[in-house]
Design a protein around this ligand. Sequence first.
Ligand SMILES: NC(=O)c1ccc[n+]([C@@H]2O[C@H](COP(=O)([O-])OP(=O)(O)OC[C@H]3O[C@@H](n4cnc5c(N)ncnc54)[C@H](O)[C@@H]3O)[C@@H](O)[C@H]2O)c1
Ligand SMILES: [Zn+2]
Length: 344
Amino acid sequence: MQIDINLDKNSYKVYIDELRRLKFNGKVAVITNSKVGGLYLAEILSLIEADEKYTITIPDGEEYKNLATIENILEQLFVSRLDRSSTIIALGGGVVSDMSGFVASIYERGIDFITIPTTLLAQVDASVGGKTGVNNKFGKNLIGSFYQPKAVYCESRFLKTLPKREFAAGIAEAIKMAVMFDEKFFEFFEKCDVQNQHDLTKIIQRCVELKAMIVSQDEREKGLRAVLNYGHTFAHVIENELNYKGLLHGEAVAVGMNMANKLALNLGLLSVRDVDRIENLLIKFNLPTTYKIKDEYAFYDAFTLDKKSENSVIKFILPNGIGANLIKNDISKEQVIEVLRLFK
Ligand SMILES: NC(=O)c1ccc[n+]([C@@H]2O[C@H](COP(=O)([O-])OP(=O)(O)OC[C@H]3O[C@@H](n4cnc5c(N)ncnc54)[C@H](O)[C@@H]3O)[C@@H](O)[C@H]2O)c1
Ligand SMILES: [Zn+2]
């Protein structure tokens, strides 16, 4: 199946379970990490027809998503003499695709790249939309560019080797899409079986369709795209408090969605029943929904450090019933503190 991402001259297609041959006119460099490379690199290389094929293997882990790794990749690209007609292929999760996209955007002022996302999170979220980048000591994803791939190939079979927690972390982002945009999709989630290939493909497809709809309306996150940060305002504080250890990003988002839901409940946007339905769905996928806040005032102050809070106005993205959303920037500190106290 194919889904169009409509962005004028930057348009491309996401292919789901359709990876056959990959044909190129110039040279190709596949960027992967040690773990994913060990699993799928040989197969991918065998599918590629190109003048020359190179492989760049980077270390596995978010801690390597930095400018030092970018330098290292660039160096290898220059040694292999890739040029403007060459293509970069990202084979891996969000870390590999964010860095590969960034490299592609700056190598000789930009060369083509395609992604083959191998985590659920990358398939349902990171692979679509063209955000690329790396972290530095000031924070996550602070250096980067908007740069669209030429094509994305999501293969659901690659998810079979994904560790259970990583899989669940991807599910959290998919549930986020359902709560924000699509009640029917949420109901499908409640009864689906992700072990079933058909159901899993449907989840990937629906998330890509929804993200395509959002990104084509708001490529540079000026408005609608911000809705994808549901749960993230809280999650970023949790991740920061935990020093990015202990909880995976998607797990922190699951907790963050539950926190946002309690706020939505107090504001009359969500019923008790719907708060419970969302929490039960997260629990169905073994996702955490609680976190022990030590100091609710410190937690609140940390919101303003988030790069998405402009001029210290804290934007909360909340469900407005299941399948709809609302961006609120006028919630009083007291109302938020009251919710944070529920997590003490
Ligand atoms: N660009 C965007 O729009 C966007 C959106 C969301 C997240 N992100 C970024 O994505 C990153 C997180 O991505 P992620 O969750 O994919 O993490 P990841 O890339 O670190 O992958 C998670 C782990 O799974 C392993 N792995 C990958 N595919 C596998 C497979 N098929 N089988 C077995 N193991 C496999 C990886 O080697 C890694 O150890 C973060 O850096 C985040 O900032 C970007
Ligand atoms: Zn996220």
